[in-house]
Structure formats: C-alpha cells, structure tokens
Design a protein around this ligand. Structure first.
Ligand SMILES: [Zn+2]
Length: 112
C-alpha cells in the first residue's frame, strides 16, 4: 500500500528529529494531486508508529487543494479535477502551482 510506505518514510524522519523525545502529534501537509487518502494515511500511521518509540502519536493532515496558473493570461484557479486547462481563456499552457505538496510541517513533542 502506497500510504504504508509513506508512513514508514515519515517515521524515519520523525525518529531523526524527535531524538528520543515523546512525540504527540505529527503535522503533515498533503497536496490533493498526491492521491493520498487522508483517512488511510492516519490509519497507516497508527500501525507504523505502533512499532516505534512514538506509538500513540497522532497524525494531523492538512489538505492543500490543487491549483493551476495559466501562462497565457496569468489566471490562477483552484481545480477539483485534474483538468489542466485555463478556466478563463481556455489555454492549455498552465502550470501546477499547488497540490503537489507533501511535507511534515511540524512535530509536537512532550515536555522534556
Ligand atoms: Zn488563461
């Protein structure tokens, strides 16, 4: 499963940053174009983290809507379907400006 391997990578990164401190919450930002199901990711995190020193930590996911910008007219719009076409002038020359994010934004650690 896609989400499971993602959680394993996140666990490696969290372990490096936590340096043995207790982890309460892991904040993750996920772009819509990543095709990650947030509920599945949270579920996988509870399974993966159960094998680690940060078992019981919670994953909080912030979803970023996909957005494109037209390189012809400069129009920026949020898209709900992966249709790469300007909604104003109809040009196909658009670039993806949001929706491909995947990052750990912060960790909440227990007081030392
Ligand atoms: Zn346009």
């Amino acid at each position: 499963m896609h989400e499971l391997s993602i959680c394993q990578s996140i666990a490696d990164i969290v372990a490096r940053y936590a340096e043995g401190r207790e982890v309460r919450t892991v904040h993750v930002r996920v772009g819509q174009l990543r095709q990650i199901i947030p509920e599945t990711l949270v579920h996988c995190w509870s399974m993966v983290s159960a094998q680690t020193p940060f078992a019981g930590s919670v994953m909080q996911i912030e979803t970023i809507p996909a957005a494109i910008r037209c390189t012809v007219c400069g129009y920026r719009e949020t898209i709900t379907a992966p249709v790469l076409r300007c909604g104003r002038c109809g040009a196909h020359e658009v670039s993806i400006v949001a929706g491909e994010e995947f990052l750990i934004t912060s960790l909440e650690l227990a007081e030392a």
